[in-house]
Design a protein around this ligand. Sequence first.
Ligand code: HEC
Length: 446
Amino acid sequence: MAHTTRTSALIALICFLLVPVACAERSASQERGRAIYFGDNGSALDGAEVQIGALTTKLPARTFPCASCHGRTGSGQSERGVNPSQITRDALTRPYSVKESAGRKRPPYTAATFRNAVRNGKDSGGNALAEAMPRFNFTDKQLADIWAFLEVIDDVTDPGVSDDAIRVGVVVDAANPVTQPQQKLLNVLAADINKIGGVNGRALTFVPLTPKGAAGDTVFALIVPQGAAPAGLAADVPVISVLPPPVAAAGAFALVTSEADQVAALKRFAAETWGVVRVKDACAARKGDTVLLAAASCAGSAKVASRVLMTQSVFASTPPASRSQLPPDSYVSIAAPLSRIAPNAQAAFAKTRSRAGNDKSAILAEADAYSAAALLVEALMRTGRDVSRAGVIENIEGIRNFEGAMTPPLSFGPNRHVGSRGAEIVRYDAKTATLAPGGTWIDTDM
Ligand code: HEC
């Protein structure tokens, strides 16, 4: 029919014009299969049950989405103590027999043997699968949907990536004066990477976006150099912010300890150092108290206290005139102290900054942008040429002790989306207006 032909010609044209935007469309069956695989709310997983090994009791399947064990791309590399098989359609149907873990040998799967595996825990050769693979009571149709989805699970269909380029959004507040030096630094970083082949053969660009613009799907991933990630981003976008977002999203990662955890670190420091278990609010400070300065506006009332604790961001927002009134025994939590940043990262950052020609005015903001970008580039490199958002998220979760950022070493995992969890508590001398060198590291992971 003329109408359909025109529509598909139009779609083809749009796809042609918007090369980096995803144009591969999934069928309705594949979409339903995807929803089950990832355990979306409202998917068929909600109504299903699982049986684990010899247990006769059935459990709701809700807490056992396939992705939680087989990984977001079906690569089976997620770490849960067992070895979940690779279950892309390609891997399941290789036309020769495959030796799986524990010496199990099996022929290629068909749709029917696949159903038998998921329902009854028998592989395509009739061998029993390990108990770690739950048995699901899905219907034939639901299993056909999953089977259909496994065919496209590792296709590259994500926005912001084409054959030879990849676009990463940088969420900025254009009114903030640090934005410009940050962007200059990122441009130099991208140019350096592109000179040596880009990320797996794709030229990298950093595109500045407002928080509103970031919600549109024009880039592959986002970095958020200032503070936490904005709300309302799609769950499957890899987002790296400095501080953890208020609401945890599947693709959201943060570099350092949240403000709230820094406050907890300050309190633990007070308990361990002076045996103070009740830290009071600086606004109501009385003589001799140990207080927490939660907002710069209370610096005046804090001066009678004997000790004042504050996070780095409160410290930064307290004007010098108010800082000078603080008692000599004041302490600041620093989430990324210089003493914990790898010397190589410091050197590489300094080199990139000097090439960008930036003065010292925005150095901390530049370090934040550099760190978020360095982590994302590391994950992109690890993901390889077949890059997908899901693959990048999985690879960030696989990073341990990454020392390429201007932060303490960063480690992530499926249940750990904050890379460095802790703060150094450093003494601030109000008389000389200096932070003492060295301090006490408090690990907030424990
Ligand atoms: C709790 C973890 C877990 C969950 C959830 C899970 N699996 Fe598995 N799965 C495994 C493990 C572990 C194996 C490997 C078992 C073995 O080697 O004996 C496996 C094996 C399989 C196999 C057999 C492949 C082969 O090597 O022969 C298929 C097919 C499979 N899973 C599909 C699924 C599907 C589809 C879902 C979601 C509906 C799912 N799995 C959910 C852990 C899991």
